[in-house]
Design a protein around this ligand. Structure first.
Ligand code: 5GP
Length: 147
């Protein structure tokens, strides 16, 4: 998938937006959706996507959607920090397969980092559903409190 290929509406994040695939939602508004990564690289690894923008990457997303994503990235990051008390947070975004992108609907990774713990392998080990569910409940509660 090159940087300039056409947007594929059958990508997994498009299916999640349309309600055709499940996700562990953390936060949603008219323009953005935040949910847990199914193959987390750390405890609390979250993703933020635009709901209305059929964009593959930073080159083709409209500026307004991009700005709205960043507001949600900050909101989710604050909740992750308050709830999980990480020592750092990594925000990542990949454009094109050679850069590491595997799902071609633009997204930001929000990855809590804990001192002494390395980063897990990208898009590799699937998390335990019970763990994701418990984590979702904690973070949703925190986000509802305005965290
Ligand atoms: P990318 O490699 O495109 O930057 O990131 C895609 C991310 O989506 C990866 O971190 C991968 O673990 C995650 N992912 C892939 N498929 C699914 C899925 O079906 N549901 C969720 N929640 N995350 C997914």
């Amino acid at each position: 998938m090159s940087l300039t290929d056409a947007y594929d509406p059958q990508n997994i994040f498009a299916k999640i937006i349309r309600g055709e695939a499940p996700c562990y939602t953390l936060y949603e508004d008219d323009d953005t959706l935040a949910f847990l990564d199914l193959f987390p690289q750390s405890y609390g690894h979250a993703l933020v996507i635009p709901k209305r923008s059929a964009a593959r990457n930073m080159l083709d997303v409209d500026t307004e959607a991009l700005c709205k994503m960043m507001v949600t990235v900050q909101r989710v990051m604050r909740a992750l920090v308050e709830e999980l008390k990480p020592d750092g947070v990594q925000v990542a975004q990949f454009n094109g397969a050679p850069a590491g992108q595997t799902v071609f609907h633009i997204h930001f990774h929000v990855i809590p980092r804990f001192a002494g713990e390395g980063l897990g392998i990208h898009a590799a080990g699937k998390a335990d559903p019970a763990e994701l569910e418990a984590l979702q409940a904690r973070l949703v509660k925190r986000l509802q409190q305005g965290g």
